[in-house]
Design a protein around this ligand. Structure first.
Ligand code: SF4
Ligand code: SF4
Length: 404
């Protein structure tokens, strides 16, 4: 049994000493572009033996959130999976590829096919593994919400290499390296975490609690084309042209948040990681290849929920009622597959006849159903004054884009 890189082992990283995050530019998903970038990032980090220690299988763990095609930019691009698997095989590693997205319970094969992961793995000559079928083991968690978590057995035996996707997220503001760790938890246990910690602040705390138990050996973040706006599924594709990497998922997210123009207070997982000493407030950024002193995207479309993060809880309860975005089913797109019903942690999604519906009184806005719906039949619907607020915000954003 191997645990991966347990960064929460008591080290005090708060002065930033020794924690490095590697950043490179990449302008397309062609192998000729991606391969030298991954090679250079690995070399800067100490070589492939640091990324994927020899002597155990290397498990490439992308973010395959939903059965969407790569152009939607909600999942790790298959080029990262194929190129990374090929490089590792060339270095003599036994390579496997896997992830447990929200929709895995009823259709992991459709996720593999639609995201391009199946074709990438086939081309690289490596197997895809279902975490649901691999069995699981228990790991202890130091958290006020849970005491233990099940992780896929195959992840316990391998060096896990995260290949996250750079996206904004309605619930957690950012989804990068830390949130990608959740995918080694098989099946519905992920949804259960939302039920245990339904408030965004609590859920972010739980995500940070889980870092020591779930952190991979090394993580690459696919930010060539990421997602901005109301991610993780409903945002807009955006070319960031960056690949970020490191062995400390919390520090990688500190750098990603800064790049997207978010303060630590905007991304509660980042704020808490720094407070707990899991990541320095200012990690050393190592530019690999073409570099800049600083790279901050000043005009990233933040999720509509961002400003709510700064309200005290009692006010939040009131504002939340006015500004919340609720998931709603678009009936003529729904094919009655019941993925949303299976993934909903509180029983708010159900099938009425052949079409799903969502009970707003029960819904905790965890967005598991949106992530899992391959038919894209669940849309985020703003309520009341929120429509006006988001309308003005989008108008201003379009104006800024036209000017720049
Ligand atoms: S909304 Fe319809 S299509 Fe989408 S997951 Fe639910 S049942 Fe399936
Ligand atoms: S209906 Fe969707 S957003 Fe609401 S609680 Fe269920 S899975 Fe979460």
């Amino acid at each position: 049994m191997y645990y991966n890189n347990l960064i929460g082992n008591g080290s005090d990283y708060t002065d930033g000493a020794g924690v490095r995050v590697f950043v490179a530019r990449a302008y397309s998903y062609e192998e000729a572009d991606i391969r030298p970038v991954l090679e250079a990032l690995a070399e800067a980090a100490g070589g492939w033996d640091v990324v994927a220690p020899p002597g155990r299988p290397a498990l490439v763990k992308p973010n395959l959130m939903a059965a969407r095609e790569p152009a939607r930019a909600v999942t790790t691009h298959p080029a990262f999976i194929g190129v990374l698997a090929t490089i590792l095989r060339e270095r003599g590693r036994e390579v496997i590829v896997g992830d447990s997205p929200a929709g895995a319970v009823r259709g992991i094969k459709r996720v593999w096919e639609n995201t391009g992961a199946a074709a990438a793995a086939r081309a690289a000559g490596v197997p895809l593994v279902s975490f649901e079928a691999s069995g699981s083991v228990t790991r202890r968690v130091n958290s006020r919400f849970i005491d233990e978590i099940r992780v896929a057995r195959v992840c316990d035996e391998a060096a896990v290499i995260g290949v996250a996707k750079l996206k904004t997220h309605f619930l957690t503001t950012l989804t990068g390296a830390v949130k990608n760790c959740l995918g080694i938890i098989p099946g519905l246990a992920k949804a259960e975490l939302h039920r245990r910690a339904p408030h965004p602040e609590d859920f972010s705390e739980l995500l940070v609690d889980l870092i020591p138990a779930l952190a991979p050996t090394f993580t690459f973040v696919d930010g060539v084309v990421g997602l901005e706006g109301d991610g993780p599924a409903s945002g807009d594709a955006r070319e960031f042209n960056v690949v970020v990497a490191g062995d400390n998922v919390a520090a990688v997210d500190v750098v990603l948040a800064r790049m997207l123009g978010f303060a630590p207070e905007d991304v509660l997982t980042v704020k808490l990681s720094i407070e707990r000493g899991l990541a320095p407030a200012d990690p050393e950024v190592v530019w690999v290849g073409e570099g800049y002193a600083e790279l901050v995207f000043g005009d990233v479309a933040a999720p509509g929920s961002l400003w709510l993060r700064h309200l005290p809880r009692p006010l939040l309860r009131f504002a939340g009622r006015q500004f919340v975005i609720r998931p709603a089913v678009v009936a003529d797109r729904c094919d009655g597959c019941e993925q949303c019903v299976a993934s909903c942690p509180v029983g708010a999604a159900r099938l009425s006849g052949d079409v799903a519906s969502i009970d707003p009184a029960k819904c905790i806005q965890c967005l598991c159903c949106c992530e899992t719906c391959a038919a894209e039949a669940i849309r985020l619907k703003p309520l009341r004054v929120a429509r006006l607020y988001y309308g003005i915000r989008d108008l201003n954003r379009r104006r800024r884009r036209r000017r720049s």
